[in-house]
Ligand binder design. Structure first.
Ligand code: NDP
Length: 333
C-alpha cells in the first residue's frame, strides 16, 4: 500500500516513516506540508518521491491507499475529512481534533464511508502496557482499587514551539499528554472514566497554555485514577502503578516512545519481575492498522478510542478551569 504523509513533523521523521517502511509492501510516496521549502527539503532528506503543499494533489493519486496525519492539532480535522472523502484509510495523530465535535465528525465520516480509521495512541502498542493489561485481566491483583500515572517529562528544546506557545494550534500539556493517559487508563482498566476533578498551571516554560496538570478520575467500577502530566520535569521519570486487593503492579519508565522500562508484581508471595516483549511501539501500531485496513482485526486504537481520549482530556481542562467536578460526555460513543 502507498501512503501519503500529511505533516512534515518530528514524529513522522523519527518514528512513523520507519514504522510504515517496516511493513512488507508498504511505502510512503507523498509528503504534504504547508511550506513549499520545508516540503521539498523533507522529501529529499527522507527519500520520498512526491512533495506538495496541495493535499488534494496527493489525495487524487489513486495509488495512495492510506493517509497518516501528523500536522499540528488544529489541522487534523480538515485534513482527515478530506482524506476520508477521497476514500483513503486514515491514521491520525492524537488529539484527533480541537473539539469533541470535530473528532466525532471525523470518526462518523470514516464509519459512513467504510474506511479504516486509527488514532495513533502508541502506548497501548507497547509490550509493557500489554503485559500490565494482561495481569489485571487475568485477576493477578484481584479487584482494582486505584491507578496512578506519572507522566511528567521535560519537553525537548526542539519541541518547545507550538506545544507551549499556541493555544490556536492545540498546544498545552492536556491535549498533548492527558489524551495518552486517558487512553492508557481505558486500555488497562477496560472501562471509561466517569468524572474528573483537576488543577493545571503554567509555570513559565511557554505562554498561553498550561504546562502541568494533575487530576483525579472516578471509574464506574469504583476504582480511582490519579494522573500527573507535565512538560517541565527533567528528572521525574515516568511510570504507572495499579493497586488491587490481591497485589500491586509497579511499571517504571514505561510512559515513553521506546520499548523500555521494568515491571514488578507484588503480592503476598513477594515481588516478581514481569517480562514483556520489546517490539517497536510505532511499528506495532502501523502493523495493527494495516491488518485492520485489510479486514483483519481492528486498529490498536480506533476512532471511538480517539474520541474518548479527547473527551477525557477536554473534561480535565474544563474541570481545571472551573474548579468543578466534570461528568464526562463521550459524544455518543
Ligand atoms: P512538529 O512540531 O515537529 O511538527 C508539526 C508541524 O509543524 C509540521 O507538520 C510542520 O508543518 C510544522 N513544522 C515542523 N518543523 C517546523 C519548523 N522547523 N519550522 C516551522 N514549522 C515546522 O510536531 P510533532 O511531530 O511533535 O507533533 C505532530 C503531531 O503528532 C501532533 O498532533 C502531536 O500531538 C502528535 N504526536 C504524537 C505522538 C505519539 O506518540 N502518538 C508523539 C509526538 C507527536 P507542515 O507540515 O505544514 O510543514
Amino acid at each position: 500500500m502507498h501512503w501519503a504523509f500529511v505533516g512534515a513533523s518530528t514524529i513522522a521523521a523519527q518514528h512513523m516513516l520507519n514504522a510504515v517502511r517496516r511493513q512488507p509492501g508498504h511505502s510512503v510516496t507523498w509528503i504534504v506540508s504547508n511550506s513549499p521549502d520545508r516540503v521539498q527539503t523533507w522529501a529529499a532528506e527522507h527519500d520520498i518521491p512526491n512533495a506538495t503543499t496541495d493535499l488534494q494533489q496527493a489525495l487524487t493519486d489513486a495509488s495512495v491507499g492510506a493517509v497518516y496525519i501528523s500536522s499540528t492539532n488544529e489541522k487534523h480535522h480538515a485534513q482527515a475529512m478530506a482524506a476520508i472523502a477521497a476514500g483513503k484509510h486514515v491514521l491520525c495523530e492524537k488529539p484527533l481534533g480541537m473539539t469533541q465535535d470535530e473528532a466525532v465528525e471525523m470518526v462518523r465520516a470514516a464509519q459512513d464511508t467504510g474506511v479504516t480509521f486509527g488514532t495513533n495512541h502508541h502506548l497501548r502498542c507497547s509490550g509493557s502496557h500489554r503485559a500490565v493489561r494482561e495481569l489485571i485481566a487475568s485477576g493477578r491483583i484481584g479487584k482494582v482499587l486505584s491507578l496512578r500515572i506519572h507522566h511528567a517529562v521535560h519537553l525537548p528544546d526542539n519541541l518547545q514551539g507550538w506545544r507551549i506557545n499556541s493555544a490556536d494550534a492545540g498546544g498545552g500539556v492536556i491535549p498533548d499528554i492527558v489524551v495518552h493517559d486517558a487512553d492508557v487508563t481505558r486500555f488497562l482498566l477496560q472501562e471509561d472514566p466517569a468524572s474528573v476533578v483537576a488543577q493545571m498551571t503554567s509555570s513559565g516554560m511557554g505562554q498561553g497554555v498550561e504546562d502541568s496538570c494533575m487530576s483525579v478520575w472516578t471509574m464506574p467500577s469504583g476504582a480511582m485514577v490519579m494522573t500527573h502530566e507535565s512538560f517541565t520535569h527533567p528528572f521525574a521519570g515516568s511510570g504507572l502503578e495499579v493497586h488491587g486487593t490481591e497485589g500491586s503492579i509497579f511499571a517504571k519508565g514505561v510512559m515513553t516512545q521506546r520499548p523500555v522500562g521494568e515491571i514488578a508484581l507484588v503480592t503476598e508471595a513477594g515481588s516478581e519481575d514481569v517480562p514483556f516483549s520489546d517490539q517497536d511501539l510505532y511499528v506495532q501500531g502501523v502493523s495493527d492498522f494495516v491488518a485492520a485496513a485489510s479486514g483483519q482485526g481492528r486498529p490498536a486504537a480506533d476512532g471511538p478510542d480517539g474520541v474518548k481520549s479527547l473527551s477525557v482530556a477536554l473534561s480535565v481542562r474544563e474541570a481545571a478551569a472551573t474548579g468543578q467536578r466534570v461528568n464526562i460526555n463521550y459524544g455518543g460513543f
